[in-house]
Design a protein around this ligand. Structure first.
Ligand SMILES: Nc1ncnc2c1ncn2[C@@H]1O[C@H](COP(=O)(O)OP(=O)(O)O)[C@@H](O)[C@H]1O
Ligand SMILES: C[C@@](O)(CCOP(=O)(O)OP(=O)(O)O)CC(=O)O
Length: 357
């Protein structure tokens, strides 16, 4: 039996701008996982998720095809991960097999709360990783990223795919998004084996070493908003308010360069300065897009963090969900947590996860 796991993530900076080809974001992988196991089977295969038990899917193999009843199944990312990995396996001359795939996830709490830690990305990465192991396909992290990014992109159709990178590489990383229009065309022109060997236009992934004194705190404010809805709303403003949008992109890039420099120079101060500026850039974007990215509860989370010398901002698409704080390790996190709890903000006591294998 094959068992693998892939971590969830949070955005530290660069949200929205990273959706534009080549623009950077900083992400961090966290010790909350999606776990996938694969076990060979004989007559039929299955996909069973602990979080979606009522939606278990049973399938049979007809040659290279998986045959199943496709009504109302929620396993789009998993099925896309399977499709891409099997396409790759066939190109490497592997025979298609039957198997039971089981999924379990820490990313949504048992009481159904969604923390916005990137479950669709982690589930896609874990599925691709598990099937690569099952079919004995040797894949580097770069290749795993590319296979999982294709699988995710072919379902969601937008987004920067930064969450896939965080789930594959782990730790803190600087991610510059690749040209997704190129990928769509490349999928028609090249085979999967060729695509995952190619350098993808504009893609850059750099692992970052955090300064020793950096502590990362996470607070959850509830009321998650729809990321794709927010991203689409910004897409609309991009055309309507070109000047403001371009200035947001420039601002975001400048902050990100400062933060990356902070990581390179082990400077907590530079990282904090960059995060602060990124918060302001996102406020400008929210202003001219008429969106609420930093909700009143996120603002409270940030004010409390600032009263302890921390720098904080919304994480990801915003409109609720998580806020992140970067502060000096010397400040006990419990002090911040107590104040948050008093205001109904839930501290998520998570650690940075480094992918070692
Ligand atoms: N435990 C799981 N089992 C099966 N599919 C999952 C699981 N967790 C997440 N998914 C898939 O990911 C989707 C959630 O994606 P999305 O709403 O984009 O969340 P996120 O923003 O956390 O990535 C679900 O609809 C489902 O398709
Ligand atoms: C706006 C974004 O830059 C960041 C969104 O991050 P979130 O963490 O809010 O979203 P999910 O990964 O779907 O949970 C869009 C993107 O980069 O795709």
């Amino acid at each position: 039996m094959i068992e693998v796991k892939a971590p969830g993530k949070l955005y530290l900076a660069g949200e929205y701008a990273v959706v534009e080809t080549g623009y950077p974001a900083i992400l961090v992988a966290l010790n909350q996982f999606v776990r996938v196991s694969v076990e060979a089977s004989k007559d039929y295969g299955s996909i069973i998720s602990r979080q979606y038990q009522e939606d278990s899917l049973y399938w049979r193999r007809q040659g290279n095809q998986m045959v199943f009843d496709n009504r109302d199944n929620p396993f789009h990312y998993i099925l896309s991960g399977i499709k891409i990995t099997e396409e790759y396996a066939r190109l490497l001359g592997k025979e298609m097999l039957c198997y039971h795939l089981k999924i379990d996830s820490d990313l949504d709490s048992p009481d159904g709360k969604k923390y916005g830690l990137g479950s669709s990305a982690a589930v896609t990465v874990a599925t691709v990783k598990a099937l690569c192991a099952f079919y004995e396909l040797p894949v580097s992290k770069d290749q795993l990223f590319k296979l999982a990014a294709i699988a995710h992109f072919e379902v969601q159709g937008n987004g920067s795919l930064g969450d896939i990178a965080a789930s594959v590489y782990g730790g803190f990383l600087a991610y510059h998004s690749f040209d997704r229009t190129w990928l769509t065309l490349a999928r028609k022109k090249y085979s999967l084996t060729e695509i995952i060997e190619l350098a993808w236009p504009q893609l850059q992934i750099e692992l970052l070493e955090p300064p020793e004194n950096l502590s990362l705190l996470i607070g959850w404010t509830g009321s998650p908003a729809s990321t794709s809805h927010l991203v689409d709303a910004v897409g609309l403003k991009k055309a309507e308010k070109q000047r403001l949008y371009t200035s947001f992109l420039t601002q975001s890039k400048q902050c990100l360069e400062l933060i990356i420099q902070g990581f390179h120079e082990n400077s907590l101060t530079l990282i904090q300065d960059g995060l602060q500026q990124n918060r302001h850039a996102l406020a400008d974007l929210a202003g001219f897009s008429k969106l609420e990215i930093e909700t009143p509860k996120l603002s409270r989370l940030i004010q409390i963090a600032e009263s302890f010398g921390g720098v904080a901002k919304s994480s990801g698409a915003g409109g609720g969900d998580c806020g992140i704080v970067v502060l000096n390790k010397q400040i006990p996190s419990q002090q911040v947590y107590t104040k948050w709890l008093a205001e109904g903000i839930e501290p998520l006591d998570l650690q940075v996860h480094n992918v070692t294998e």
